[in-house]
Ligand binder design. Structure first.
Ligand code: AMP
Ligand code: MG
Length: 485
């Protein structure tokens, strides 16, 4: 395509402005969104550009300048329409009809080189008709935290959106959960879709089965293409959504991730993970670890996540029943536990070094692992990272050498639950050939990153930013996450 034919900003050379934007959601009509304008900011300092995502957009990092990022994703020049999406949602179990994009908008949609449709969604880009009392802004720390969460989860194989850019915007914000005034940013997220469970809940609330069907047809056509020509595509769509969500929550659980705000407006209709606010990776295996300070009843605690995602899927049935027979959806949801357990078991076994074990063996090992982790203040992350870094073929011959070279083994190696766990682990290893032992070492290394963004780690990179505007530790941390070191 020549520049003259470019559908958007015809005289721009900015690679982001001459992408071939598709008006996918826009073409459904304005029942689903409001056109908005971005805020004007006093400052535009590019703090993060995710070059790893550019090839997916067909772009070469060398051909994209920092100024290109700033013009497109800090100043929002040359791109229209910007769409604040309409949605409702169940928040902490209560229906809220006053939601919608209150501090972000859909910047545009493009097809990746993989043929999939992607959204550029903003966070912190100003007020919209849905801002209620909010300022429409994102704190710089909030931006930093979302960038890190997405990169970490991606590195761990979780199906997640990622951040494309983060620009510091020079405002002073006041927040109850950060020392204030605090700095501001605008972040651009690349995700499969920003259509949420709550997008459908809103259409049901207004009793618009026609709009529900139109949006559902769009979702299936774009994100469940392989079902589009099936006769019972609606029932199949819901069944597959159940599977995708069950697998996603299993991925979070194995990664030790607590999302913190699993409201239905934060659940993507594609089953992709997104919107990382007060999340945390669990420090130790405390089932009731709760990441959001305002989650007084621990509704979204670590261990509740599978049950909550199932609850959200069940709530969605109400919104979809005008189009999908409820009995079909009930049948679909009945498979949730099975999908969840299969994925969780498989991922945990990999973290323990095994591609496959017999089910009784797998269950015995997993039970003993969790029992051990639950009863001692052992770091969930360090336990697995130490498995990967200290594993040796000696473990096959001598049970007492298991984790002996790690702090965990040294401090708890004689405890009953450790001995129970290491005895089971040793028994499994002793049946393996030297080649299979080598594979265990590789599997452990592949599935247990050395770097983990526990809260103190995030604080340790945030401190130099606050104190000296030193971003080096932040970039180094991302580099470690992305390279698997
Ligand atoms: P979240 O907790 O980020 O998923 O947001 C829940 C709802 O509150 C969404 O409708 C957001 O757009 C809105 N919201 C959150 N923070 C702000 C803010 N600072 N200004 C305006 N709206 C906000
Ligand atoms: Mg949200």
């Amino acid at each position: 395509m020549t520049l003259a034919e470019a559908p958007n900003n015809t005289n721009s050379t900015n690679p982001f402005l001459i992408l071939n934007y598709e008006p996918a959601l826009e073409s459904l009509g304005d029942d689903y969104y409001d056109e908005v304008a971005a805020a004007e900011f006093p400052l535009h300092t590019l703090r993060w550009r995710n070059d790893a995502l550019l090839p997916l957009l067909g772009l070469d990092a060398k051909a994209v300048t920092d100024e290109d990022f700033i013009t497109a994703f800090g100043k929002f020049e040359g791109r229209k329409p910007l769409l604040a999406l309409r949605y409702h949602g169940y928040q902490f179990g209560e229906y809220n009809p006053f939601l919608g994009d209150g501090r972000g908008f859909l910047y545009g949609q493009v097809r990746g080189v993989d043929g999939e449709l992607y959204d550029f969604g903003t966070k912190g880009s100003g007020r919209t008709p849905y801002s209620r009392g909010g300022d429409g802004m994102l704190t710089l720390k909030g931006g930093v935290r979302e960038v890190l969460a997405a990169e970490m989860l991606h590195a761990m194989g979780v199906r997640t959106s990622r951040c494309l850019s983060m620009v510091e915007t020079g405002l002073s914000l006041w927040r109850g959960d950060e020392p204030s005034p605090t700095r501001s940013s605008v972040m651009v997220r690349l995700s499969q879709s920003h259509i949420r469970f709550g997008t459908f809940e809103r259409l049901h609330y207004f009793r618009r089965p026609d709009l529900t069907k139109k949006l559902l047809d769009h979702v299936i056509e774009q994100y469940y293409q392989h079902l589009d020509s099936e006769q019972d595509k609606y029932a199949l769509f819901y069944a597959e959504l159940v599977q995708r969500v069950a697998e996603l929550v299993a991925q979070w659980m194995a990664a030790g991730f607590c999302h913190a705000v699993l409201n239905t407006d934060n659940m993507s209709i594609t089953g992709e993970s997104f919107d990382y606010g007060p999340y945390a990776f669990i420090p130790n295996y405390d089932p009731y670890f709760t990441a959001a300070y305002f989650d007084y009843y621990r509704r979204y605690s670590y261990i509740h996540q599978p049950e909550i995602c199932k609850w959200n899927l069940e709530a969605l049935q109400e919104a979809l029943k005008a189009v999908i027979p409820q009995t079909d959806m009930e049948a679909g949801l009945a498979s949730f536990d099975e999908y969840y357990l299969a994925e969780y078991r498989s991922l945990m076994l990999k973290k323990l070094g095994f591609e496959q074990l017999s089910q009784p063996q797998a269950d015995e090992l997993l039970k003993a692992t969790i029992e051990f982790l639950k009863h001692y203040p052992v770091s969930y992350h360090h336990f697995f990272a130490d498995m990967a870094t200290t594993f040796s073929s000696k473990w096959r011959d001598d049970a007492s050498s298991i984790l002996r070279d790690s702090e965990i083994g040294q401090s708890l190696g004689t405890s009953e639950l450790f001995l129970n766990w290491s005895g089971i682990y040793h028994r499994i290893l002793s049946d393996l050939t030297p080649e299979e032992i080598e594979k265990v070492a590789q599997t452990l290394a592949r599935h247990n990153p050395k770097t983990m963004i526990l809260r103190p780690v995030i604080e340790s990179i945030w401190e130099p930013i606050v104190q000296e505007d030193n971003w080096q530790p932040f970039y180094e941390l991302i580099q470690q996450i992305q390279s698997g070191n």
